[in-house]
Write a protein that binds this ligand. Structure first.
Ligand SMILES: [Cu+2]
Length: 173
């Protein structure tokens, strides 16, 4: 379920500036990943990811029934690319949420999936419909410090993938 335009999540600096202008309109939730209320200051700060000489941190995320594992499980703030590989037999997806909530306290929708618009969670980006054996990736231009969860949020009948254990915590410092 895509709630924010992918181009917005990937637009980085331009997106942050736009969001600062649009503050209060909900125009770009990606800016919140960079620190709510400080978008303008961060956008103006030197040494941002655009000048990084080391390139994005690459996180390999393995998904199977029923687990999600990320290596590494932490990263420095800045550009981070998540490469999700489906090593299971079912179709999966990978959603990156920013949240301080314990996984047991995440808001759920009526199907038992994590409520992607729920209080206390912010959807950062995702890849959907990852077939068995397939890898898909997404790049976050400027992932801010905080606590995140990598979740497979699929629900197929009785199989609520998140409920079955398909999540992993991820920390950005
Ligand atoms: Cu899944």
């Amino acid at each position: 379920m895509k709630l924010i335009p992918r181009s917005c999540a990937r637009a980085g600096l331009a997106c942050t500036l736009t969001a600062a202008v649009l503050a209060g309109t909900g125009g770009c939730s990606a800016s919140q990943a960079s620190g709510t209320g400080t978008g303008t200051a961060r956008a103006a700060s030197p040494g941002g990811p655009a000048t990084s000489a080391t390139g994005p941190t690459r996180v390999a995320v393995d998904m199977t029934e029923w687990s999600v594992s990320a290596a590494p499980a932490a990263a420095k703030a800045g550009p981070v690319t998540f490469a999700a590989t489906n090593r299971g037999a079912d179709v999966h997806e990978l959603v990156l949420f920013r949240t301080d909530l314990d996984p047991s306290r995440l808001p759920l929708d009526e199907e038992g999936a994590v409520d992607e618009r729920g209080a206390g969670v912010e959807l950062v980006d995702e890849v959907e419909n990852v077939q068995p054996g397939q890898s898909k990736s997404f790049a976050v231009t400027d992932l801010g410090p905080g606590r995140y969860l990598l979740v497979c949020n699929l629900v197929e009948g009785d199989h609520r993938h998140f409920h079955n254990g398909m999540y992993s915590q991820f920390t950005v410092s």
